[in-house]
Structure formats: structure tokens, C-alpha cells
Design a protein around this ligand. Sequence first.
Ligand SMILES: Cc1cc2nc3c(=O)[nH]c(=O)nc-3n(C[C@H](O)[C@H](O)[C@H](O)COP(=O)(O)OP(=O)(O)OC[C@H]3O[C@@H](n4cnc5c(N)ncnc54)[C@H](O)[C@@H]3O)c2cc1C
Length: 390
Amino acid sequence: MTAFEFNEPALLDEDHRMIRAQIRRYVEDVIVPQADAWEQAGEIPRQAFRDFGALGFLGMRHPVEYGGGGLGALASVVLGEELARGTYGGVAAAFTVHSDMSIGHIAHRGTHEQKQRWLPAACAGEKVGAVCVTEAHAGSDVAGLKTRAVRIENGSSGGWIINGSKTYITNGVHADLYIVAARTDPHAKGSRGISLFVVEKGNPGLKVARKFEKHGWRSSDTAELFFDDLRLGDDALLGEEGKGFYYIMSTFQNERLVAGAMSVGQCAKAIELTVAHARQRLAFGKTLWEQPVVRNKLAALAAKTAAVRALVYQCAQMIDEGQDAVREVSMLKAYGCETLQEVVHGCLQFHGGGGYIIGNPVERMARDARILTIGGGATEVMLEEVAKRM
Ligand SMILES: Cc1cc2nc3c(=O)[nH]c(=O)nc-3n(C[C@H](O)[C@H](O)[C@H](O)COP(=O)(O)OP(=O)(O)OC[C@H]3O[C@@H](n4cnc5c(N)ncnc54)[C@H](O)[C@@H]3O)c2cc1C
């Protein structure tokens, strides 16, 4: 038993427990020793995706016949928690954007031919996915996106031409498969008239305009993209034309569940590191742990983390049972990611000056955590979703 470890929820079967143990070992033995170099490079080598994919962890949610594991939302929760416990939020983001936020669109909406073409390589980590929704003037307000896809009416081959841009796209520099949201009907109001397309790396109309320098998540690459008369065949359209907004919102449920799981993993690890530090750090003739204020605060943070974790598992169960979990998942995204801020900053505080120094995992975790109350549904937007359902 480490300094702060949760009990395994009864919901998890033997397979989930085995997956947790394997991912944890892999994160500790293989990822953590390399991750500082990835942080400095600002990207994760393709071989790391391949290695993690070869173990089956990138395709757990996708159908077995296309190279996946055929597992449910609980598997994503275990993945999110364990990657986040590694203390490198950028690695957790890059892997889960691929496994749980982008290629899932192909698994859910793709035809047999599309799944056959893209999923096996994606599950294996041979091809990396990115999801391209946000634009410079449309972030929280997804329905405001302006990137335009126009059907090619003349000529025999059909297809689409896309013009526009996307920003802050995780894996955007090095992805092979970009799931792009574009407006196919300019006359349809707001959320209607948006469709999803698969754009492959190497398409001459796809330009990586820049790679961003970021406050945190430094090992994951984040790009601005331009689409300049980007031509696609009819077979690039995912699902039905005009249903893209609905598809994005439905995949957001999984994205937000994984964000909640990542928050729990980071909270647990930050508390574990801080309890260990407090037990040995002396101040005023006793350890920090012996100061009631310190241990009380850490106990309160542990209690809040346990509450978030209970909500994570409740949401995963609701999703796996096919229940409408929008209200609970929105609560989780808001409360879980806000709790994470309190935990990482509380933990940094008890590391004293050392907590502010680069190289201390808690310093990195505090930076990495910051995006989680903004990306994938800002706290305020999530609470509105809850309020609408009250
Ligand atoms: C590191 C990183 C990785 C990302 N990865 C991806 C990716 O892979 N794919 C992708 O498509 N996008 C990605 N994003 C974009 C991210 O999802 C958006 O930044 C997020 O949705 C917020 O949009 P915005 O930045 O335009 O902020 P805005 O929409 O301008 O909102 C700014 C702030 O205003 C407040 N606010 C907004 N709306 C409301 C409201 N209705 N009520 C009250 N307050 C409100 C919130 O506090 C919000 O944080 C990423 C962003 C970052 C920084």
C-alpha cells in the first residue's frame, strides 16, 4: 500500500484490475523515465504510441473485429486514472485524445469500409488521431464554427472541398487522421449543418500553420491548422451529413469522463507525493505531517478526491448501461477539474519552495492541471448544462 491509494471499486472485474496493474507498471517503468525528454522536445515519439498500442491500451474501446478490445467506459476510466498518475499530463492528453476523443468517431460513425481502412492502424498506434473542432472564434460555442465544406457538384468523382482553420489541436502537428468538423449547410442555424470528415496526413490542402508553446502539457504537440481548398472523396464523410454537432456532443461525454478520471489520477498521485514529503520534512521541530493544519488539509483534499472518484465510476456505469449521463458527466467535468486545481495547488503549497522548482513533479502537475477547467467544456459551460437539467 502506497501512502494514499484508493480501494478498487466493486464495479471493476478481473480484466479491469489486470489492465490497471499493467498500465501502472508500464507508466512507471517505461513512460516516466523517458517523459522528461518528451517534455523538452515538445512531442511524443511515434514509437511510444506504437509500443502502447501494441499492448492493446490505445484500442480498448473499439470493436474487436477492427483491432480493438471491445471494452466499455470503465476501461477508459482506468486508462485515464493510470496515465494521469504518471504525473505527465501531456502524455495522458496525447494518448487519450487519440484513443478516446478522436478515433472513436470512426468507430461510432464509420462505415465498415472506413473502419477497416483506419481503425486497425489507429488501435495499434501506427496512425495517430486528432479531433479538430475549435476555431479562433468558436471554442466553447461549437455551433459557431465557420470552417466550410462544399460538395463538388460538377465532375464525375464527387467529393468535398474544405476551407477554414482550426486551433489548439492536440496531436495536431504529428497526427495521421484528423477528424474535422466543418459546416456543410451554411443556411442551417447554429448546431445544424455541421458534418464530420476524416482528413489524412499528406493531403496537400492540410497545412500545419504553427506548433504552440504551452504553459503545461508540454510533451503533447498542439497545432493551428489551415485547410486550403482541401479536397476529399465522398468516403471521407463520417456518418450522416448535418449530424456532426450531435456526434461531437456525444463523444464529448466520453472525453469529459476521461478528463474526470485524469483529474482523479492526478489528485491521488499529488496527494501521495505530498503525504510522503510531509512525513519526512521537518519544520519547527516536527514533521509537517505532525502539524494538524497540514494533515487536516491533506485529509480534506483526499476526501474531495474520493468524492470525485465515486462520481467518475457512477458516470462510467451510467454510460455503459446506456443511460443519459449528460447531467452527471457535466457535474463530473466541472467539479472534478476544479477539485484538481485545489489539490495540486494545495500539494504544491506543502512542498514549499521546492514545489515551485522545475523538476518537482508537483510543479509540473500544477501547470498541466490548469487546462482541464477550460478544454473539453469549461467549468461555467458544464455548470450551465447541469442547471438546464435541474
Ligand atoms: C492545450 C490545449 C489542447 C486542446 N486540444 C483541443 C483539441 O484537441 N481539439 C479541439 O477541438 N480543441 C482543443 N482545445 C480547445 C479547447 O477545447 C478550447 O480552448 C475550449 O473549448 C475553450 O474555448 P476557447 O478557448 O475559445 O474559450 P472561449 O470559448 O472564448 O471561453 C473563454 C472562457 O469564457 C468562459 N465562458 C465561455 N462560455 C461561457 C458561458 N456560456 N458561460 C459562462 N462562461 C463562459 C469560460 O471560463 C471559458 O474558459 C485545446 C485547448 C488547449 C489549450
